[in-house]
Design a protein around this ligand. Structure first.
Ligand SMILES: [Zn+2]
Ligand SMILES: [Zn+2]
Length: 378
């Protein structure tokens, strides 16, 4: 059952240096001599080659051997990231948390990626987005801003994701609530005297109901790793998944790929939670009325398929005064997310300024009042 560990190197025809994928193009570029090579067939077989895989077979480890691969990875003891080992990239730090990487490399048997979104944004553009964003963070410590500006290059990482497709049919029982108003005689006190008055009271009439809803879920996206905080990667959305390219190792040349650490069935749980929320919404809509109660809900899942895809993220991890700061940039859209660092001193200064301003305004108001008083007295 062992597969050969594949190592993807793309040496330059002219000088033998390693080529790297040039973002936003379909070219491999040689930084050493400037040669370029075209990645052939970009997008041509798109529809045919981005094939969905059968979820139920995959969780029983029954996928055909051609859909599996053996990867050499370097792992991080701090954040748990498994990064593909690249013989030509001698990285000493984990790209996700800036912790020294353990040299111990093992192999992971993994489901092959089916598709990816190639990098669109070059490193210098991504870094500009990040420094602009940091610049706008008025509360960031000056030291960190300088450090990030002068800092090393950002690293281009293909981050692992799962996408799930599911055909669902649900039957439900529940109650539909209709609001109506009732006039009631109530006793009230008017000037210490008891009086009877008419009051409108809101009531809900519940009627039993049942029905069926169906929904096809297409590409429910779930992050396949835990090395980056989910809130950052979630905030990088949306991803233009309709532009997925069939997986080709050429797109990874000069970049790194993280291998998934969230397993297929674990990711599915998250996808299923999302699907459930959508189905509940559908059911409530189907029940109609003013209020809805769901008694029972039974969902049958027909076809259930998935894909493993890689999405491009520019990443910078900085250790500044013993703390790790991370910034991520969507490699397609340039959306930035990151640790929001605060400078206690800057905040204290602002609060101080605010108090001073308030005191000054108070003083002016007091003066104004005093002036008015003296004027009328005059
Ligand atoms: Zn060359
Ligand atoms: Zn790490």
């Amino acid at each position: 059952m062992t597969t050969e560990v594949e190592e993807h190197r793309f040496p330059c025809d002219t000088c033998g240096s390693d080529l790297r994928y040039s973002p936003g193009t379909s070219l491999l570029h040689c930084d050493h001599c400037g040669s370029e090579e075209k990645i052939t067939n970009r997008g041509v077989w798109k529809k045919l080659s981005i094939r969905e895989l059968d979820f139920r077979k995959a969780v029983k480890d029954q996928l055909p051997e051609q859909d599996m691969e053996e990867l050499r990875t370097v792992s991080c003891v701090n954040c748990g990231a498994h990064v593909e080992f690249e013989p030509n990239i001698h990285s000493t730090e984990c790209p996700f948390c800036a912790t020294p990487l353990v040299t111990d490399t093992g192999t992971d048997r993994q489901i092959k990626p089916k598709g990816l979104l190639p990098f669109e944004l070059a490193e210098k553009d991504a870094r500009k987005r990040m420094t602009d964003w940091l610049g706008r963070l008025w509360f960031a410590p000056n030291g960190l801003q300088d450090y990030a500006r002068k800092g090393r290059k950002m690293q281009g990482i293909y981050v692992p994701y799962w996408t799930y497709d599911a055909d669902t049919k649900s039957s439900y029982t529940g109650q539909r609530g209709t609001i109506y108003y009732e006039t009631r005689r109530v006793a009230v006190n008017v000037n210490g005297r008891r009086q009877m008055q008419n009051r409108q009271v809101q009531r809900i009439r519940w009627t039993h109901t049942s029905g069926r809803v169906a929904r096809f879920f297409d590409d429910v996206l779930v992050l396949g790793s835990k090395s980056l905080p989910k809130k950052y990667t979630d905030a990088l959305a949306p991803w233009d998944l309709s532009a997925l390219e069939p997986y080709r190792p050429e797109y990874l040349a000069g970049f790194r790929a993280e291998s998934y650490t969230v397993q297929l069935d674990e990711g599915y749980k998250e996808a299923r939670d999302y699907m459930n929320r959508m189905i509940v919404r559908d059911v409530k809509f189907d029940i109609g009325g003013d209020r809805q109660k769901i008694g029972s809900l039974d969902t049958e899942i027909g076809t259930l398929t998935f894909k493993h895809v890689l999405l491009p993220v520019w990443l910078a991890a900085y250790k500044y005064r013993g703390k790790t700061y991370r910034f991520v940039v969507n490699g397609r859209t340039g959306t930035v997310q990151g640790e929001r660092p605060y400078s206690a001193w800057k905040i204290a200064f602002t609060v101080g300024l605010g108090l001073l301003a308030a005191a000054a305004i108070g003083f002016l108001i007091a003066q104004g009042n005093a002036g008015n008083v003296s004027f009328t007295n005059y």
